[in-house]
Design a protein around this ligand. Structure first.
Ligand code: NAP
Length: 314
């Protein structure tokens, strides 16, 4: 099968190459998925540059990036009861860990998959995996109550846009920061108040926030403490932010935490139901083909593309 493999020379990472490698042999408890579409997240590019999940994959002989997948089960291990060959499935594979979805076939743990709704295409499903799970798991952790004032930092992004839709479904009043060009689209999709980060300082533009969902990190977290209500909550998700913000959170008396997304078939099933009913959808910014993957990373590394990126294999 064709796969996009991370090329290494000693400790040095030398980019991505297309390789012809054997189709994975599955264990009795796994399924084999023929991949139709994948999604590329910032963590894929961070891992390519030695950060992100690199420590979790670096000791494997062949490193294949990618965690998000939509495809069809082509083979089931003899102990698998939940799925059968021919089932259309989607999910976030082995996160944290080694996902290996930049390939025509990938082995998967059935406990990390959900059946893809029939009214949802592969690109949409692939785009509703890591970022949707991240938003779903964070909003669940925040225990949002109807009417609460929620600020989403980076609301037009892959994760932020799912968080908007899930928070609105729970009855929150949602304020979001994004570039001005996204305002109309975001308002059409339920955003109550928009702060254009290019022209306004969110710290001055809003106040009395019950929950901040932060997808930006750094100053966005530190300044966020100044606009949270007493006993407010904050969840931040970019890694590598150090420890200082945790001390500041204590000083402000707010409940702030870093949250890591994890693979979960149960949560994917909940997302499948929301997708099927049209309650959530991804904000797909870019659509590519399999042969474009190395180029996509080049463009991510130079800041030329951001937002949700899907890759179709057909
Ligand atoms: N902890 C975890 O498990 C976990 C899981 C998923 C993601 N993450 C991390 O979360 C972060 C966001 O991921 P993502 O997939 O949502 O990325 P993304 O799709 O690239 O979205 C980022 C968004 O933030 C916007 N933005 C940039 N600067 C901003 C500012 N000052 N104010 C408001 N918005 C701003 C970008 O706008 P433009 O497009 O205009 O630049 C973009 O829409 C990444 O660092 C990712 O690695 C962590």
């Amino acid at each position: 099968m064709k796969a996009i493999v991370l090329k290494r020379e000693g400790d040095q990472i030398k980019g991505l190459i297309t390789a012809d490698i054997p189709i994975p042999v599955i264990s009795d408890n796994d399924v084999l998925i023929k991949v139709n579409a994948i999604d590329i997240n910032p963590v894929d590019n961070k891992t390519l540059h030695g950060n992100g999940q690199f420590d979790n994959v670096k000791n494997d002989e062949i490193i294949i990036l990618g965690w998000d997948v939509s495809g069809v089960i082509s083979e089931v291990g003899k102990d698998v009861v939940r799925f059968k060959a021919g089932d259309a499935v989607f999910g976030l594979l082995n996160f944290p860990g080694h996902g290996k979805t930049y390939a025509q076939y990938v082995a998967a743990d059935p406990a990390q998959l959900a059946i893809k709704p029939a009214n949802v295409d592969d690109e949409t499903a692939a785009a509703t995996t890591m970022s949707a799970l991240m938003a779903y798991q964070a909003i669940r952790e925040a225990r949002i109550k109807p009417g609460e004032r929620v600020l989403i930092q980076g609301v037009a992004g892959g994760v932020g846009f799912f968080a908007l839709q899930i928070a609105k479904q729970l009855g929150a009043y949602v304020i979001g920061t994004a570039a001005g060009k996204h305002e109309e689209f975001l308002r059409e999709n339920g955003l109550d108040e928009m702060i254009n980060f290019q022209t306004a300082d969110f710290e001055l533009a809003t106040s009395n926030i019950d929950f901040i969902f932060d997808t930006l990190g750094g100053k966005s977290v530190i300044k966020g403490f100044n606009i949270l209500n007493p006993n407010g909550r904050l969840i931040t998700i970019p890694s590598g932010q150090g420890e200082e913000w945790k001390e500041l959170a204590k000083e402000h008396g707010v409940n702030a935490q870093f949250l890591f997304v994890h693979s979960s078939g149960e949560d994917m099933q909940a997302l499948a139901a929301l997708l099927e009913q049209g309650i959530i959808k991804p904000n797909i910014a870019h659509r590519f083909k399999f042969d474009d993957i190395a180029d996509i990373h080049e463009r991510m590394s130079t800041g030329k593309i951001s937002g949700k990126i899907v890759v179709s294999f057909n």
